[in-house]
Design a protein around this ligand. Structure first.
Ligand code: 13P
Length: 331
């Protein structure tokens, strides 16, 4: 039985600001066991709890990572693992000046009655899990809802927004800052306007639900997609992506939200850094903007590592260079 308390809101706001300000961003290293195993195998590395641990240790211990990274999102497996020196991951992250975070959703399932739409699950027992993560040092959590521009409906946006809001309220009750992630996928050949419509729908429903759930917006971090044409469509200029993304966010995200940390979604590192840079240049932005990239920061590092201890240093250098590039776009 979990006892939930409304914790000190200023604590939550301070953490949310720390996560998204000062030109530092969040490293998303929370791939599920299945996804991480597939990525390792894609590089010819045998997937096991040990290889997943070694890879995450490589990322976390890159020297000076905290200069550009404020927080790291871990999955449950890594959160409970130890580094080679015996420290557990959340403790090591804190000692390195990086806030430890935990992905708490359990993935997506088809949303009944809605052709091809998905609902993110994981609310059952979440209070008890959050209590345990908080006790073990989690400063923040993440929950990701997924939308396809071709199948998103108002009902699907509402259902996922409702789940995100229940998750966010529970996190705040446990003194954990919720990252709320409504991701509109960029796979496909849709145009910019389609992405804009879907993003507006997802974000509009989300903030309605957060409001009704009584979530303190000063103690959350929003993690959206950049509003872009599909990866298979003709690209548009970074200035256009930034202006369109800003317009969607301005219409849907209250100024009380301290910071927005973007996902990379499969875009190239240089592209997402350019989007972030242009967005950061827009005057009179009410929120801090930064990155919470996964693939754009780590894919090349994983490739360089290739599972060999001899390549750890070179892989860390690749990671650090990508993090530095993303951080400079947010400064
Ligand atoms: P990508 O930046 O690779 O899209 O991953 C970010 C993330 O955390 C998705 O949930």
């Amino acid at each position: 039985m979990t006892t939930t308390l409304r914790t000190d809101q200023s604590h939550l706001s301070r953490i949310a600001v720390q996560m998204t300000s000062g030109g530092r961003g969040i490293l998303a290293a929370d791939e599920s066991i299945k996804t991480m195993s597939a990525r390792l195998e894609g590089e010819g590395i045998a997937a096991s709890a040990t290889s997943r641990r070694d890879y995450r240790e490589l990322l976390l211990t890159a020297a000076g990572l905290s200069e550009s990274v404020s927080g790291i999102i871990l999955c449950d497996e890594t959160f409970g693992q130890q580094l080679a020196d015996g420290r557990d991951f959340p403790t090591a992250a804190s000692q390195l000046g990086i806030l430890p975070g935990i992905k708490v959703d359990t993935g997506t399932k088809p949303l009944p009655g809605q052709a091809c739409a998905l609902i993110t699950e994981g609310l059952d027992g979440l209070g008890d899990r959050l209590a345990s993560y908080a006790e073990r040092g989690a400063a923040f959590a993440k929950w990701r809802a997924v939308f396809d521009v071709n199948t998103v409906t108002p009902y699907g946006a509402r259902a996922n927004g409702h789940a995100l809001a229940r998750y966010a309220a529970l996190c705040q009750d446990h003194g954990i800052v919720p990252i709320v992630e409504p991701e509109v996928l960029c796979n496909g050949d849709h145009d910019l306007a389609a992405s804009e419509r879907a993003s507006r729908m997802a974000l509009g429903s989300l903030f309605d639900e957060l409001d009704q759930a009584g979530v303190d917006l000063t103690g959350i971090v929003l993690k959206p997609n950049f509003v872009t044409p599909g990866l298979d469509a003709t690209p548009v200029a970074a200035t256009t992506v930034a202006a369109t993304t800003f317009n969607v966010l301005r219409a849907t995200v209250p100024a009380a939200v301290p910071g927005i940390a973007f996902l990379s979604g499969g875009h190239r590192t240089a592209d997402v850094c350019a989007f972030l840079h242009e967005l950061h240049e827009i005057p009179d932005r009410p929120w801090d903007v930064t990155f919470s990239f996964g693939r754009a920061l780590v894919s090349a590092a994983l490739h360089t590592w290739a599972g060999s201890p001899a390549n750890v240093r070179a892989a860390q250098d690749v990671l650090l260079a990508n993090c530095a590039e993303a951080a400079s776009a947010a400064r």
